[in-house]
Design a protein around this ligand. Structure first.
Ligand SMILES: Nc1ncnc2c1ncn2[C@@H]1O[C@H](COP(=O)(O)OP(=O)(O)OP(=O)(O)O)[C@@H](O)[C@H]1O
Ligand SMILES: [Mg+2]
Length: 495
């Protein structure tokens, strides 16, 4: 066994119009968590995709256990013990846990599938990870975090020594993140090496042994985590001092703009009331599953409402579908960008102008130059990293896709904007861009509703905070009198 499980030496990779990686070095030792951080579009996913055979490198060397290796495809990397857990999980939802773990490698007995062995082996793997799950459960019945555990189970069942996790925690609850970290520690003890990509820098303290920072496709630094701190990491990431993580602006709260009274919808929304005033950001805090996204969807008309009332500037309005919401000036930046927010194979400019057709059509004919100029504005306002507004959204990095989702709603005048986890997967610098934008909206007298699972950002940006639990609003605070502990107490009240 060499000193390194993997060494990536002088790796370069270009896509049309971008040099995604420029002579980057990275290595991984057995039994360590090596965090890989950098701004959106800095090249993190590209680097790990090269190590896992998804992309081929243009230049450089890959050494596995000290031996130079070439990966023409993902299978070749798998055979060398490399496993990548993408953020979009790759399981077959209609199959069981055991079937997923052994998919394509089913144990056989006399040429037949040995189902009993498959289930027993899967049980042993889950036990090794200390996960309490029945291997015959269908994957579609599992939460995202449990699905992730199955992915990890699959990885160790293939004897993968190198496990790559690309933003594994972005859809997990606090408790689930703890569970994941416990598993990561088991894997470390067993001598696996883990490459860990995340924008949640505060997580690194709990698990990272080393951290590598890349910026604009270039290697900036590799450090022992102990010898550094979050501020230094951020400085390396953005290449400058970040003045304020939460750039709050003080304004005088004025008249009530928007009010929701006793909203009930589906199973998840039981009794939700809140109001937003001019010149304030209303934060909606709560845990994953508290019904916040469902609340936003029901208000926006994406899901049916059962009862309750909605008022805009004191007048009751009724919204049955998103189009009606948009016409009244109530916009929504959704949580699941791939599903609800983007047309992934269309160019950036069409994604921006799609909800703004009236701005770019003249007598029913689309004016392409107008589309492009509006989109260019959005791209520069939000510093979206593209090769141009003609770039296909699919080829943007995850965080830049999210910025497109946010950007397309800022083209036309809004009265109320509901942001559902707008900074998920977005780097520290770009988060500040989005916060500033919310501040700008608030100054213009637009009602800003800000749903987030990250308490620091709710506390840092919202002026007033309501806490949801089990489909109900159960507490309300002025931001100045709230803190993490109190909010958590309410958010976990019924657990
Ligand atoms: N398949 C592709 N085709 C064209 N360009 C691509 C492709 N994949 C990535 N890129 C570009 O390469 C650069 C690096 O992207 P990458 O996805 O590696 O960033 P990232 O660091 O993972 O960012 P994020 O934190 O937003 O996920 C970006 O400019 C991106 O647009
Ligand atoms: Mg990425």
């Amino acid at each position: 066994m060499g000193d390194f499980l993997a060494q990536l030496v002088d790796i370069s990779k270009s896509f049309p119009g971008v040099k995604a990686l420029d002579h980057v070095n990275f290595d991984l030792r057995p039994g360590e968590v090596h965090a890989l951080v950098g701004e959106n579009g800095s090249g993190k996913s590209t680097l790990v995709k090269i190590l896992s055979g998804v992309y081929t490198k243009d230049e450089g060397k890959i050494l596995i256990n000290g031996e130079e290796t070439v990966f023409p495809n993902p299978r070749a990397a798998q055979d060398k013990g490399i496993c990548i857990i993408h953020q979009e999980l790759n399981l077959c939802r209609h199959l069981t846990i055991a079937e997923n773990i052994y998919l394509g490698r089913e144990p056989q007995k006399f040429l037949f599938l040995d189902q009993k062995k498959q289930i027993e082996d899967a049980r042993a793997i889950l036990k090794r990870l200390d996960v309490d799950l029945d291997p015959t459960t269908r994957v579609s019945d599992l939460t995202v975090s449990k699905q992730q555990m199955v992915e990890i189970g699959k990885a160790i069942s293939t004897d993968a020594r190198i496990i790559i996790m690309d933003e594994p925690t972005s859809a997990l609850t606090v408790k689930e993140i703890d569970e994941l970290f416990t598993i990561i520690n088991v894997l470390k003890r067993e001598g696996h090496g883990i490459i860990y990509i995340s924008h949640r820098l505060e997580e690194l303290a709990a698990i990272a042994d080393r951290v590598t920072i890349i910026r604009d496709g270039q290697h900036i630094a590799t450090m022992n985590y102990q010898d550094t701190d979050q501020e230094a990491i951020i400085r390396h990431m953005v290449g400058r001092e970040l003045k304020e993580k939460f750039p709050r602006v003080q304004t005088q709260a004025g008249k009530t703009i928007f009010e929701v009274k006793h909203l009930a919808a589906g199973k998840a929304v039981k009794d939700v009331s809140f109001s937003v005033r001019e010149g304030e950001i209303l934060g909606i805090a709560g845990l994953m599953g508290a019904g916040r996204t469902e609340t936003v969807r029901a208000i926006f008309g994406a899901d049916p409402k059962e009862s309750g009332q909605i008022f805009l500037h004191g007048k009751e309005i009724s919204i049955h579908k998103p189009l009606e919401a948009i016409e009244t000036g109530v916009f929504c930046v959704p949580e699941d960008r791939k599903k609800d927010g983007l047309c992934i194979s269309m160019p950036v400019y069409q994604n921006v102008t799609l909800p703004n057709m009236e701005k770019v059509t003249v007598r029913g004919i689309v004016n392409n130059a107008k589309e492009v100029s509006i989109a260019r504005n959005t791209v520069s306002e939000l510093s979206i990293r593209t090769t141009g507004v003609g770039q296909t959204v699919k080829n943007l990095s995850g965080g830049n896709q999210q910025k497109v989702v946010v950007g397309k709603w800022l083209v036309k005048p809004a009265k109320v904007i509901l942001f559902d986890e707008p900074t998920r997967g977005i780097d520290v610098g770009a988060k500040v861009d989005i916060y500033n934008l919310m501040n700008e909206l608030k100054k213009q007298g637009i009602g800003v509703v800000f749903v987030s699972s990250e308490l620091p950002e709710i506390l840092g940006m919202a002026d007033r905070i309501v806490v949801m639990c089990e489909g109900r609003v159960i507490a309300e605070f002025d931001a100045s009198e709230a803190n993490q502990e109190v909010i958590m107490q309410y958010a976990t009240q019924y657990m």
